[in-house]
Design a protein around this ligand. Sequence first.
Ligand code: T68
Length: 841
Amino acid sequence: YLPPEDKADKSELLWTLLTQGMENMDRDVESIQKHIVNHCQFTLARTQFNLDSFGLYQATALSIKDHLLGMWNVTQQTFTNKDVKRVYYLSLEFLVGRALQNAVLNLDIEGEYSQALMELGTDLEKLYEEEKDAALGNGGLGRLAACFMDSLATLDYPAWGYGIRYRYGMFAQKIVDGAQVEFPDYWISYLNVWEIPRIDVSYSVRFYGEVRVVSDSPRVVEWVGGEVVQAVAYDVPIPGYGTKNCINLRLWSAKPAKEFDLQSFNQGDYLGAIEDRHKSENISQVLYPNDNTYMGKELRLKQQYFFVRATLQDILRRFLKRPREWEELPDKVAIQLNDTHPSIGIVELLRILVDEHGLEFERAWGIVVKSFHFTNHTVLPEALEKWPVELLGHLLPRHLDLIYDINYRFLQQVQAWRPGDMDVLARMSLIDEAHPRSIRMANLAIIGSTHVNGVAALHTQLLKTTIFKDFCEFFGESKFQNKTNGVTPRRWLHQANPGLAAVITSWLESDAWIANLDELAGLRAHIDNPELAADFARVKRANKVRLAELIQSTNGIEVDPDALFDIQVKRIHEYKRQLMNILAVIVRYLAIKEAVAGGASKAELAAAFVARVSIFAGKAAPGYHNAKRIIRLITAVADVVNNDPDVGSLLKVVFMPNYNVSLAEVIFPGTDLSEQISCSGMEASGTGVGKATLNGALLICTMDGASIEIAEEIGHDQVFVFGALASEVDGLRAQVQFNTPPDCAPLAKAKAAIRDGTFGNYDEFPLLLDSFSGRNDYYLINTDFESYLDAQARADAVYRDQDAWLRKAILSTAGMGFFSSDRTIRQYAEEIWGVKPCPRE
Ligand code: T68
């Protein structure tokens, strides 16, 4: 983007060197060593006296980043030269995790780096552990965005991700006296080696102020006054696997605006003016730690607008580098909205076209709608964003005007479609007239996008028949698509489970599965070969030993690697029913106690009970009291069970603190049984289910989200299914309300044990019990409890027959081809975005 006058006074030599220097980085061991040491000395200013492992990690990562940047530059140049249509993935969250090992593996340079570092007297594996997770996301939605970036790069799509460079990512969770305590995650402490600050790429963003009419006919308005902050770009290179393409994740950081408030300076309030400038940095300070709930906080809306305002200016600047008609925008640009969080971007693009470029409203709106696409991730009503009209109008006055304009035109069409139907008008309106009046962001995202998609087949079906039914009838079915989620096999198998990866590669006699996960189906040909089962068993055992060691060091609990590892890791939420899981653990505990009291011998106990370790991990939103009580119950049960000599190694309960991507990479490979037990119809997709199954875990699951499709792919008889179907849930809830059934016997027993103080007398247990008892059992714990226990018993029975178990484990992995995020991304590219792979020149 260099202006001609800047270009003119540089020599040819400079340009030649720059172009050559882009990629001729040597990959031999000696060059790698020199490169690393160079960074130690000249980037980090470390000497032999202060070079610790963290310094070596940084230097190693910096040397890898140099490789990536060479690739990055050529990739971006290729996209520009070929002038291809690009896709932009807009997400308030990218839950990336660590980057070093991922980059080393994707570059296929692990051998050389290991060797280089070994000769320098250190261990690459050890350096991987020095990296802090980049935790710029809550859970599934944010991690999905990170998996998508990996697939976009791997498949050579001309794509960029856009997000926010939060200074504080997802909070760190500690368990203090059995309860969750949150600590700030100041992850960019002093140097984030992976990012490139682009001080030259910066845009101003206005808030508040007023709309002034410049002329009446033609009507021209301008938005003036208020506060202005500056968005500065930080780029993170994202390498693909088996490709020389490297794409970009651009994160915005808020800085004080360039323009001073001269007046306050002149009035002598120097310190006050400086203080105000620094307030602007608040915008990108912290990630909101709520998943699947909407919190109407002004700062959150500020983050959303800040992010889309900067992003759209950046996209349009790139688009306008060549002379073009505005109508070409949808041919050159596809913008994917990851949930409604960036959906104010729809109004912002309209505003830019109308107010800043003078396009007529209808023309501008047509261009906007063709450019945007929207992914929904939930049907939970409490998660749907609804910004109070007053708040939005105060912060973004011009946008509120435009929302009214959009709504007026849209409702006219609705009226023509269903004359006289006031209910449909009220339901489809962008404005919810209930007090306080608010803007329905999902409705805005639907009418402002060309495609709307759900994230699993059942979820999409529910969107079309429940919350978005009117829109589906109005726009026609073709606007509403399904894109079942996937996970990247690079991180979740190749990187997280090198043992299993090696077994698969050797049995398939090829590692092509890493880039084409459908190849896993080839394992089925060997299903009757006991040696394959032995390989699977050996790897799983080693992964369980690794997990057991981690549990020993983080929780101080000794667990038996031969016990069944029964694992539920995900955000803590009532609809995900960790509560039902721990209640079943209580039932098991009471049964063991009863058997012991009845005089059962050790051998009889072992015959009656499969030894199990029940492992939980996950964060609760800081303000979500019931979720925190559930954690409190799990840790209370763990305390009692783990210290009860009657129980011994028959049952252990573990709550692993601070669940994050890196912990997940250790947990999934060591999982025997994965709990996917949400109340049917409520988990849009689930992505942990894919990671567990890919690593050969068996599923205990309801017919919900992606579990349904996974069961279809690997065979229904391979999984332990239980519980009410989504189609039955409404009826059952009505029954709970109006004809409340009593608690089933085992549930009544478990509750009684909590009530009588078996797990201590924490004063909030009664509140927790009330929250799902009788008519309050919204998540149908009582309804599903006995069938859940039955599924657990079936899992036990199969576990006793290790050959049968291993067969299922192998078939699980073998059936996961469809759940690669590569497949998902290809579908988005072909069926929504209309973009084609663009490998580097
Ligand atoms: C998850 N949603 C879905 N939301 O719950 C899960 N929400 O079923 C699905 O697999 C996954 O998205 C990917 O599609 C979330 O993770 C959030 O984290 C979130 C964050 C902010 C506000 C609302």
